[in-house]
Write a protein that binds this ligand. Sequence first.
Ligand code: GLN
Length: 237
Amino acid sequence: MSESTLRIGLVLPDVMGTYGDGGNALVLRQRARMRGMDAEIVELTLDGDVPDSLDVYTLGGAEDAAQRLATRHLTEHPGLQRAAEKGTPILAICAAIQVLGHWYETSGGERVSGISMFDVTTTPRETRAIGELITDPTLDGLTQLLSGFENHRGATILGAAAKPLGRVRHGVGNGGAEAVEGVVQGSVIGTYMHGPLLARNPEFADYLLSRATGADLTPLDLPQVDRLRRERLAVGR
Ligand code: GLN
């Protein structure tokens, strides 16, 4: 590995990574390599520390018990919090939004403290939100519809420091009074979208890559990605 290698942190794949969310790291690595960059995935597991020196981080979803283990580990090893302070891009999917918030209540009604990287709190809905989710992004730099698959019980309320990632066109999203989805706070972005998200939304993948590398990225012509995107957007309409 050379010094210029892009290092992608896959955070706690041993406990967080439902519905193939680890694929987000694979997409980042592949799209970087297609631009001729060296790129590696660094798996950060429960038996190790969380370094703050990587270029971009992704975290996946999890069920309640696994989510709790992840919360404890990230509290005891605050490398992700330091990376966020430095402005490193971090992508948090589903349960990871909840873990990165101030607290979340499990389906069993127990309140668990999070790591307060997001000004959000989460409580269970009466029913699970399951299905296709489509939003109009409200984050500067994203222009294309976002598409994903949601499966969560938690409803997330944003505080003043957190902004939504998009407005819901189809599906539930954060599940609060407003039809919004996801969280943006500094360089940290959360979303309830599985898919994996970055396989379905190449513009978002390149947004994170350009933030991580500081490089202007040449467009990629990938008909199979366009096909997947068209198919999933049609299902959600
Ligand atoms: N356990 C959380 C919830 O139900 C997250 C689920 C998930 O990540 N798929 O809200």
